[in-house]
Design a protein around this ligand. Sequence first.
Ligand code: ACO
Length: 425
Amino acid sequence: MGTVTLINNETGEKFDFDLIDCTRGPKAVNFSKLFETTNIFSYDPGYGSTAGCESTISYVDGKNGKLLYRGMPIEEVVSKYKFTDVAKLLITGEAPKNEKESIEFDLELRHRSFLHEGLINIFSAFPDKAHPMANLSSAVAALSTFHFDSKDDINDYQVMARRIIAKITTLVAFSYRNSVGAPFIYPDISRGYVENFLYMLRAYPGGRLKYTINGEEEITALEIEALDKLFILHADHGQNASTTTVRNVASTGVHPYAAISAGINALWGPAHGGANEKVLDQLREIGDVNNVDKFIQRAKDKNYPFRLMGFGHRVYKNYDPRAKAIKALKDELDKKGIKMDSRLSEIAEKLEEVALNDDYFKERNLYPNVDFYSGIILTALKIPVELFTPIFVIGRMPGWCAQAIEHITNPYARITRPRQVYLGE
Ligand code: ACO
C-alpha cells in the first residue's frame, strides 16, 4: 500500500490517494474517486497511463519483454499445451488436469463447431471480394440472434465462450470461401480443432483434399503443430485495443457475442491486428533486400505517413516475446520441411537487423512485434493474406471470452464512461 499526494498549486489543497500493489509490475494509484474528491479529472488520451480494470488473465512485462498466461511464461505454455488446452486455461483459469480432460474439452469444441443453417444464409448477402474480417464481425454479431442463453451465472458464460471458440474456425473458413465464391465445407468432427480449420479451408466439394500424382494431399502433423502454436501465441495480451473494446461493449450488458463482434472490428485496424496483413504487403512492396535501407529511411521521415508495419508496441519497450517465438518457429519449420519464402524471410530479417541498429528505432525502443514474422509462416501454410487477421481472431477468441467473463462477473465493474476535455463553443 502507500499513498500519493496530489497538490493543487492553484488552491494549495492536498489530497491523498491510495496506491495499489499489483502482484507484478509497477504500483497503480487509485484515482477512481479523483473527480468526486477534487472536482478535477485526469486526461490520458490513448490510456497509456490508465488501468480500466483489474485482471488475473495475462500479464505483459513490456520492460523485460515477458508475457504470462495465468501466471505461466508464454514459452512454457507453448511447449506444454495445445491451443484447446490454452483456451480452457484462459476461460476457466485451469488447464486440463489430464489427457481425459483435454480430450473432453477438445470433443466439446468439435461438436459445437457447426453453424445454424439460418446463419449460413447470411454469407450469401455479402458481396464477393468483401474482406473476410467484415463478413466475420457481421456473422459473429448475427450469432447473437441464434443463441439466447440466460445470463444467470458463470456456467452460462462458459457455454457461450465454448460455443464461440468452437464456431469461430467455421465462421472464418466460411467467410473466406464466401469471399472467393467457393462452396462451404462443413466441419468434420473426426478432425481436431486446427486440422478441421485447415480442412474447411482447403477441401473440395465432397470433402476430399487436393489430388496430386502421389494421391490425396494430407494435412500434415507439422502444419497442425505450426498453426496451433501461432494460435497459442495470439491467445491473450492484457488490455490491448480489441480486448478493451470487448470489455467496454460488454460493460453495457449487451449480448456477449455483440461485444466480441466489436472486438473483431477493433482488431481489424492496421495499427492493431490488421498489421499482419500489411506486413506481408510491405515485404512484397520492398521486394528485394537491397531496397531495405530506402524503406527504413522512409519509415523515419515524419513528412511521410509510412510506418514499418509489425514494428513498435505501446507496452513492449523490448523485444516482443511472441515475435521472438514466431521467428524461431519460422526457422524451425523451414528446417523440418515447411519451406518459407526465402526472399520474404531475408527481407524481414534484414529490416530487423537494420532497424535494431538504427538510432531512430533504438531511441524509441521499436522492436518487431507479434505481426512481423507471422505472415511468413502463414504464407508457407498456403493461407491467403486476407485471412491473416481472421486467423488472429481465432487465436485471440479465448482471451476475449476470458476477459469478457471476468468483466461481466465482476460485481464492482461499472459501465465504461470516460470524461472529455471539452474545448468547444
Ligand atoms: N515505424 C516507424 N516509426 C514508428 C513506428 C513504426 N512502426 N512505431 C512507432 N513509431 C514512432 C512514432 O512515429 C513515434 O515517433 P515520435 O516520438 O518521433 O513521434 C514513436 O515511435 C512512438 O510511437 P507512437 O505512435 O506514439 O506509439 P504508440 O504506442 O501510440 O503506437 C503502435 C504503437 C500503434 C503499435 C505503433 O508502434 C505502430 O503504428 N506500429 C506499426 C503498426 C503495427 O505493427 N501494429 C501492430 C501492433 S501489435 C498488435 O496490436 C497486435
